[in-house]
Design a binder for this molecule. Structure first.
Ligand code: FES
Length: 153
């Protein structure tokens, strides 16, 4: 896995130097800088702020906005709720997996996409639904997949 630039981690820590109770904000900043919270960054925070690593991991696992595993630049959510399943969502999921060469929950090695399954996005009439970075694509067919993916570089 690609090594992270610890200078960038230090710059973020320096923003909050000397302040109390900044751990959550600091971790959110790291998340937006790297798109996840790397293990090396946690070790650096622990060392510089004298906070136990276990406390940092506890916070990072609790907040949904933080990820302890690498996330791609674009997050694809494929709805596999009942209505979308009936309308062909499994074929859409298979086509996306095949195109990207990854399974559900995985990220492409170039960090371009992370693929997730969700259950009902509340817009069943648009099914099958695929959401990329919060952008909804409705009535998706397997032949639409290539064009949708190409929009996100
Ligand atoms: S089942 Fe997919 S949006 Fe409801």
């Amino acid at each position: 896995m690609e090594r992270i630039d610890l200078n960038r981690v230090d710059e973020i820590i320096d923003r909050y130097s000397g302040e109390e109770g900044v751990l959550i904000q600091l971790l959110l900043d790291l998340q937006s800088e790297f798109n996840w919270i790397p293990r090396e960054a946690i070790a650096r925070i622990s060392e510089r702020l004298h906070v136990p690593k276990s406390q940092i991991y506890r916070i990072a696992s609790f907040y949904k906005a933080m990820s302890l595993i690498p996330i791609g630049r674009h997050v694809i959510q494929v709805c596999l709720g009942t209505a979308c399943q009936v309308r062909g969502a499994p074929r859409i999921m298979s086509r996306i997996k095949e195109s990207l060469g990854i399974e559900e929950g995985e990220t492409t090695p170039d960090m371009r996409f992370t693929l997730r399954r969700v259950n009902c996005l509340g817009c069943c009439a648009m099914g099958p639904v695929v959401v990329v970075d919060g952008e909804y694509h409705g009535k998706v067919t397997p032949s639409d997949v290539k064009e949708i993916l190409e929009r996100y570089t």
